[in-house]
Design a binder for this molecule. Structure first.
Ligand SMILES: Nc1ncnc2c1ncn2[C@@H]1O[C@H](COP(=O)(O)OP(=O)(O)O)[C@@H](O)[C@H]1O
Ligand SMILES: [Mg+2]
Length: 229
């Protein structure tokens, strides 16, 4: 069984007048340990699909099954708990809390888990070391470069050891060289730590770091090159 299975997923936004259906009757599976790049033009539903995988949003129809759990069936509280345990999310604009240090930003997801202070500290130190930022732990976001801020955000996304790592245009705000280093880091998290990773990008150079490239096209997913995903 695949780690992620989408069956007949349709997502429609809007009320009675102007409806938008970025995803239509989508079937898609991702195995544990895969690194999938999700491509497609602006407005094709890439972020929508990532939100469904994260349990941030619910499909209008269909099922989103992750690790055997249909997350569309969970109640809000269960879903919040599930998300904390299973999903790490990386945003294009980092979304760090400006008044917290790198260390404190990475700590945030752990505050929702039943851990001692010492256990939290060990996990934070490990995550910051994994992204190469041990020596920047006590800096505020504004004292860090864009690439370093994104690495803090990646540390925050992996610190609770989630089942699934989701990244939405993670290198969209970074210059080419820093973007490459960030993509290499994501690839290493996939290869060495076995993290299942779904990354949205519209940059073909970024997508090449993934093991599989799929494209959203008129609400459906196709393998890069046009065959069925
Ligand atoms: N919360 C929302 N309410 C209404 N329409 C939305 C919402 N989110 C996204 N959309 C629309 O759904 C379509 C897909 O958006 P999105 O998933 O953000 O695309 P992408 O990430 O590929 O650029 C767009 O037409 C967008 O305007
Ligand atoms: Mg988007």
């Amino acid at each position: 069984m695949s780690l992620i299975e989408l069956r007949g997923v349709t997502k429609t936004y809007g009320g009675t007048t102007e409806k938008v259906t970025p995803l239509e009757d989508l079937d898609f599976a991702i195995d544990a340990g895969e690194f999938v790049a999700l491509m497609g033009p602006s407005g094709s539903g890439k972020t929508t699909l990532l939100h469904l995988l994260a349990g941030i949003d619910q499909p209008t129809r269909g099922s989103v099954s992750i690790g055997g759990i249909d997350i569309a069936q969970l109640r809000a509280r269960e879903l919040a708990r599930w998300r904390t345990r299973h999903v790490g999310y990386v945003f294009q604009s980092y979304n760090l809390i400006p008044v917290l240090t790198a260390w404190e930003n990475v700590e945030v997801p752990l505050l929702l888990l039943p851990l001692s202070k010492a256990d939290r500290a060990a996990k934070i130190a490990l995550a910051l070391a994994a992204v190469g930022l041990t020596d920047r732990a006590h800096h505020l976001p504004r004292q860090l470069s864009g690439g370093q801020q994104q690495r803090v955000a990646i540390a925050r996304a992996i610190v609770a050891d989630p089942t699934l790592l989701l990244a939405d245009e993670p290198t969209g705000n970074l210059d080419r060289k820093v973007a490459s280093a960030t993509l290499e880091l994501l690839q290493r998290l996939n290869r060495e730590f076995g993290k299942t990773l779904v990354m949205v990008t519209h940059d073909p150079a970024a997508a090449r770091y993934a093991g599989r490239i799929v494209e959203l096209d008129k609400g459906r997913l196709v393998a890069a090159g046009g065959a069925h995903a």
